[in-house]
Design a protein around this ligand. Structure first.
Ligand code: HEC
Length: 109
């Protein structure tokens, strides 16, 4: 009989592989910038609002829990679609930690 652990391992091994080395900055530019702007401010090159929230607003971001932002990215929120089919949870967390937070840190509040 197949053990529970082996069954779990089997289940996980059939999940689509997400590239560990995926360039999440490029992913942001491809999939998120359409609404959040290339710099995360929610504005396009011309300064026009694109519809996504300003992710570079340091004061807002400082109040956000990482888990909440990750959940929003994966499940969607308001007008934002969920990205659970394109991103693993670890990747969504990396987007918040390595891209969204540092971008806000570079901006004035
Ligand atoms: C179709 C436009 C659209 C796209 C594409 C989009 N967003 Fe959003 N995003 C929004 C809008 C609108 C909100 C504000 C949602 C609300 O609070 O009602 C938002 C909110 C967010 C928030 C804040 C969530 C919260 O809990 O307050 C984060 C973080 C975020 N987006 C990241 C991303 C990332 C990362 C991507 C790409 C993987 C992305 N968004 C793609 C429109 C978009």
């Amino acid at each position: 009989m197949i053990s529970r652990a082996a069954a779990l391992l089997l289940a996980f091994s059939t999940l689509p592989l997400t590239a560990e080395v995926r360039d999440l900055k490029a992913f942001f530019q491809e999939r998120c910038a359409v609404c959040h702007g290339p710099d995360g401010t929610g504005r396009g090159a011309s300064g026009a609002r694109l519809g996504g929230r300003n992710l570079a607003e340091a004061r807002w971001l400082a109040r956000q829990e990482e888990a909440g932002l990750v959940a929003s990215i994966l499940k969607g929120r308001g007008a934002m679609p969920g990205f659970r089919r394109q991103l693993s949870e670890a990747e969504a967390r990396r987007l918040v930690k390595e891209f969204i937070r540092p971008v806000a840190a570079r901006k004035r509040p």
